[in-house]
Structure formats: C-alpha cells, structure tokens
Design a protein around this ligand. Structure first.
Ligand code: ASP
Length: 571
C-alpha cells in the first residue's frame, strides 16, 4: 500500500475517533468539566457558604467529575422558561500541579492537606448569562470524561510524530539552503532566482488576500451569525482571544522586523529555531562558499552539508513509517476538541474560507502550473499529495517541508538546487492560505461587530495580511496571532478573534495544505523558468529506480556507499 493511502486511512480513522469518542462527542455522556484556568471557576466546599470558596491558583488546570447537578428555572429575554444547571457536585484529584501552585498552602489547608492523588469534592458554580436575543450561555460547559481520556491517551502519539518531524527542520533548512545557494554556482543566478521567487511568493499572497476579501464582501458570512451564537462564542473563547491580541500588540515595528532577520549569533538562531535568521545566515554562508571558488576550500563544506541534507531526508523516510498513526492521533485531537455546535454557528464563515482556498488553488495555482510550468495539473497534484497530507494533518508548513522537498525532487523532477532554495524559503515566507483566511476573517469579524470597512481599509488589509504571512512561522495557529495584528491596523476589535477561535484549528489544516501547495507550485514554475525539464515520476520509474520516489525507500536493497567528497572533487 502506498504511503499516501496509509496516511489517508489514518486521517479517516482520526476523524471517526474524534467525532465518536472525543470530549465533545454526542454519543458519550457529558459528565466532566475540564477547566484550563482554575481561577476562572468557583468551587465551594459548602454550597450555601460563600466563605468556603476555594482559592484556586491562577493558570492551574482542573478536571472535575460531575456527580449530581442542581437546576433552576430561569426566564429568558423572550419570556421563555428554561431549565438550567446552577450547581454541580464535583470530585477532583489533588494533583502535583495544584500542590506546586499553592505555595502558601492556603488551598491545601482548606482541603485538609490532601496527598497527591487523593480526591476531594465540592460544589462548582455554573454561571448562566442571559442573552439579549433570548436563551442563555452557561460557563463552564461539561464534556465527556471518557472522550477526554481517549484523546489524552492518543495525544502523545501525535506529539511524538510532530516532534520527530520538527527535529529535522532546522538542520534540513540550513543545509539545504546552503547547498542550494552554493550549487547555483554564481551570485547573479542567485539574485535572479531569488528575485523571481520572492516576487511570485508575494504576488500570489496578495491575490489570495484579495480573493478572501472579495468573498467575504460577497457572501457576508457575518450576517449569518445569530446573537446567541455570537455571545456564546465570545464567552467561550474570550480568554484565548485576549492572548492573541496581547501577542499581536507586542509585535515589533516593520523596521525592527527587518532588522530581526539578521542574526547576531547564528548558532543561537539555529538552536532557537528562528527560521528567518537561519535562512538569512544559510544564504550568506552559501554565497561566501560560492565566492571562495572551486579551487579553494568551499567544496568539502558544501559536500558535507549535502550529506547532512540527504541524511535528514532519510530520517523523514523513517518517520513516515509511523505517519498514519501520528496523523490519526493529531486529527482525532483537533476534531474531538471542536465539537459540532461551534461548527454549526460558523458554517458560513468556514464555507467562505474553504471556497476561497479552493478558488485560489483551482485558478491561481492551476494556472501557474499549467501555463508557466506547462505541466498537467492532475499530474502535479498527484506528485505532491504526500506533502499536502502531512501539511493538512500537522497544520504546519515547516513540518511538511521535508516531505515537500522529497515530492519536488523525486516526484516532480525539480533539480536539487532549485528545490533546496525555493522550498525552505517558501515554508516560512509564503502562506497564501493563511493570508486568504485573514482576509475573510477580517471582513467576517467587521460584519459581526458592525465596523464599516472602506476600500482603503481593505487595501490596508491586503498589505498587512501579505506582510503578516511572511512573518508568521509555519506552525499550527500562527495565523490567528498575526490576524489580531491585521485587525488592529484597520480598527476592528482584536477580541473579535474569539468569534472564530473555535473553528480555527480545523481551518488551519486546510489553509496549511494550501500554503504548501503554493510553495510547490511556485517551485515548479521556478524550475521551468530556469530551463529545467520537469517530469512527473511514473509507477514504473518508481519501481525501477531505487533513488527516486517516495515509496518503500527503507525497504530497498542497501546501495553501495556513496562516493566520498574526495571522489567528487576529482570529477
Ligand atoms: N499553520 C499554518 C502553516 O504552518 C500557519 C497558520 O495559518 O496558522 O502554514
């Protein structure tokens, strides 16, 4: 079975597990409260005595098992009587985290000095807030305890998979860019290729935001969110939205951003994984090696990093053997956390984003591949499927990079220098899917909050979203942080991010797949523009040539050891 098929099966299993057995499953009983920040809830030892409320430490997480609930009847804004939970008798464990976050022992004393692992009980207060349009929002809301456990057992598998991929990113980006730049051979060629690449990356991104804005204005998804859903979403996600707004507010100015690309200590950038700095240093290093010339000492260094790059790719082949399991766990986690109610409330918004992504891929990328690279679109899509699937399931362009490079070189026939230059750059700099979604999200939030966006505002969104997508790291959820920045530029309240947070992780998967497709489309165009003849790998060639293709590389006969750098120099 092909790697692609196995990953697809893993993904399907993940969706099924997430929906049926996740925390928000409709099939399982909602009997547990999982609280991210304990200080946001009130637990009393004696329900009738406000003085018995526990001083829960800020930031600590709590898992409360519900035993029995008390209800009351309240009348909503429309005069309807609704039965709502007001108090829940809960059991919880005294965890090491609680103990560590309780330095004065106030909490521990109130609970009569429990040992780690011991259980205590109390009354959790449920706050029911009436909405102007009728109905109530209750916080916190219970989820399934079994579902939470299932996901927490699966989560390490996904995390291990992600970490294994991330492990190779820094050495891979560094070595491949360095080798890519050095093997272009002369600095003028680098300048030409670099200029074209960055121009196309920015151009496609600006088109993407424009598509997002146009669809947002056309479909007006903001007008489909009811008062009730709006209040519910805000109540549920306002805490995390404040975090994004906060980090956007702390974002440095444009000049600082540009200066930040130059590393003071390149080893420091490598160890902290600051990708723009790593890219910058790798390029300068590569240029320096080129300038040293062949007769000088540059070649052994290039050869060394060439081998490093090959070894990193081989590691990815090893990691891909557990990809189906990793992907299943990652997808189950995301789907299980999201729940159906959020999806229903944001349906029109999500559809607008997905439609935009489809248009961008179907028209802009297909056009680039067909017209500029002269390659059949279906062949292109088939060749890049593994990269798209990894992008989709990990929601990280960086994590997909090693697989993208494999696809470009082995499946599409792009030369190593072009792939190793264009793709690592793209995985950090080019995020069309992210930019497009920011366009839709800005219009959506503006509509919900009744903020009028003038034409100039929309132009400002195109500019900031394009720049923001350059600065955003290729990791899950990077786009939502830079979105807060885009919103502030045109005066949309950044807490509006709360409206779309519940849906964000799911949409992240789609936009990341588009980001990576864009990187690969531009790579293909660049290869063609450099006069390379592209050729999509056929099944027969894959079987016949142990050096090409993505399948079963680990199972192949070991090859004679590769030539040493001395052999290469003699050539
Ligand atoms: N997850 C995206 C990526 O890695 C970035 C984002 O849109 O959040 O490409």
């Amino acid at each position: 079975m092909q790697v692609y098929t196995k990953i697809l099966i893993g993904m399907g299993a993940g969706v099924a597990i997430g929906l049926a057995l996740g925390p928000k499953s409709a099939l399982l009983e909602a009997d547990t409260y999982v609280v991210g920040d304990a200080s946001s809830v009130e637990i009393r030892l004696d329900r009738d005595d406000p003085g018995s409320a526990l001083a829960l430490p800020e930031g600590a997480s709590l898992r409360l098992e519900a035993e029995e609930s008390l209800y009351e009847h309240l009348t909503d804004a429309n005069g309807e009587r609704v039965r709502l939970r007001t108090w829940v008798h809960v059991r919880f464990e005294w965890t090491r985290e609680l103990a560590l976050r309780d330095p004065g022992n106030a909490l521990s004393d109130a609970l009569e000095r429990p040992r780690v692992g011991e259980e205590r009980d109390g009354w959790l207060r449920v706050v029911n807030t009436a909405l102007d349009g009728g109905g109530f929002v209750s916080t916190p809301e219970p989820v399934s305890g079994v579902g939470t456990t299932v996901i927490s057992i699966l989560r390490p598998v996904g995390t291990a998979f992600m970490k294994l991929i991330k492990m190779v990113i820094v050495p891979l980006v560094f070595s491949s860019l360095l080798v890519g730049v050095a093997s272009l051979g002369d600095v003028r060629k680098l300048g030409r290729l670099g200029g074209k690449t960055i121009g196309l990356y920015l151009g496609t991104t600006a088109i993407a935001v424009t598509i997002g804005l146009a669809l947002g204005n056309l479909i007006q998804p903001g007008n489909f969110v009811g008062e009730r859903d709006r209040a519910a979403l805000q109540a549920q996600f306002s805490g995390s939205a404040a975090d994004s707004a906060q980090s956007a507010a702390e974002a440095p100015s444009t000049v600082d951003n540009i200066l930040a690309i130059i590393p003071e200590n390149p080893i420091g950038s490598l160890s902290s994984g600051d990708m723009l700095q790593v890219i910058f240093f790798a390029m300068i290093f590569g240029i320096a090696l080129t300038l040293l010339g062949k007769d000088k000492s540059g070649t052994p260094v290039v050869n060394f990093f060439d081998r490093v790059q090959n070894a990193m790719v081989m590691i990815i082949h090893m990691v891909m053997t557990i990809a189906p399991f990793g992907v299943a766990a990652l997808v189950a986690d995301v789907v299980g956390q999201s729940g159906v109610s959020v999806l229903a409330a944001l349906l029109f918004y999500a559809v607008t984003v997905l439609l935009g992504l489809a248009i961008h891929a179907g028209i802009v990328y297909a056009g680039l591949v067909r017209l500029l690279a002269k390659m059949p679109v279906t062949a292109f899509l088939k060749a890049i499927r593994p990269a798209q699937l990894i992008a989709f399931s990990t929601s990280s362009s960086s994590a997909a990079l090693p697989v993208s490079m494999e696809c470009a070189e082995q499946n599409l026939g792009v030369s190593n220098p072009v792939a190793s230059f264009v793709l690592p750059l793209g995985s950090t700099v080019n995020m069309d899917g992210t930019a497009l979604y920011q366009g839709v999200a800005a219009v959506f939030i503006a509509q919900v909050f009744d903020v009028d966006l003038s034409f100039t505002d929309q132009l400002a969104i195109v500019a900031t979203a394009t720049m923001a997508s350059v600065g955003a790291a290729g990791v899950p959820g990077a786009g939502i942080v830079t979105l807060a920045m885009v919103l502030t530029t045109v005066g949309i309240p950044p807490v509006g991010v709360a409206l779309i947070l519940g849906m964000d992780r799911l949409l992240d998967m789609f936009r990341t797949a588009v980001n990576v497709t864009g990187d690969l489309a531009v790579t293909t165009v660049m290869a063609a523009s450099e006069g390379e003849t592209l050729h999509v790998l056929t099944k027969e060639e894959d079987k016949g040539d142990p050096d090409r293709g993505f399948e079963d590389r680990l199972q192949r006969e070991p090859r004679p050891s590769p030539p040493t750098s001395d052999d290469l120099e003699e050539e």
